[in-house]
Design a binder for this molecule. Structure first.
Ligand code: CMX
Length: 136
């Protein structure tokens, strides 16, 4: 298992337009990218804090994962993402350890990363993402 750092923290918000000014004007961060991930039914906005990013997530569809999350739990921390080396091998190891995989194989996420999610019901309530930068 080779988790190197926390790649990002995903935060569900109702509106990027109203949330971004808090991160920029109050916390003094800079939004360096806004990207729609159609497959995930979200629009994302990214900020860097050292090696870690904050990913704001606005739902584009009430039936999408973030739309359903906000409906049930409201705005707040949605997932934590670890950077790994060797994503497929890590997924296989995690599954052998009894964790339920949402994605059995990596797929493409925001910023060109290869990503896979672990089910929050088998990770003590925290939706967990593993990601690998294919360019590194
Ligand atoms: N964190 C913790 N628990 C969560 C959760 C989250 N983010 N999302 C859902 N749950 C819980 C729900 O509260 C619910 O619990 P109860 O049964 O106790 O009420 C349970 O999981 C099932 O939730 P649901 O609303 O019925 O949703 P689904 O089962 O249809 O889907 C999940 C849940 C996690 C499988 C789905 O959201 C998923 O596949 N997520 C991964 C993809 C994703 O989140 N994409 C958005 C981000 C994309 C990006 O970063 O680019």
């Amino acid at each position: 298992m080779n988790l190197t750092h926390i790649e990002h923290i995903g935060i569900a918000v109702k509106s990027l337009e109203t949330a971004i000014p808090y991160y920029e004007n109050v916390l003094g961060l800079t939004c360096y990218a806004v990207e729609e991930v159609a497959e995930q039914k979200v629009k994302t906005a990214f900020f860097k804090v050292g090696q870690t990013k904050i990913e704001l997530l606005e739902s584009t569809d009430p039936e999408g994962p973030v739309g359903k999350f906000i409906e049930k739990k409201g705005e707040g921390v949605h997932h934590i993402a670890f950077a790994v080396k060797g994503l497929q091998e890590t997924l296989d190891l995690v599954a052998e350890g009894g964790v339920t995989l949402i994605d059995k194989a990596p797929r493409k996420g925001a910023e060109g990363l290869n990503i896979a999610f672990l089910h929050p019901k088998s990770t003590f309530g925290v939706l967990t993402e593993l990601c690998e930068d294919p360019s590194k």
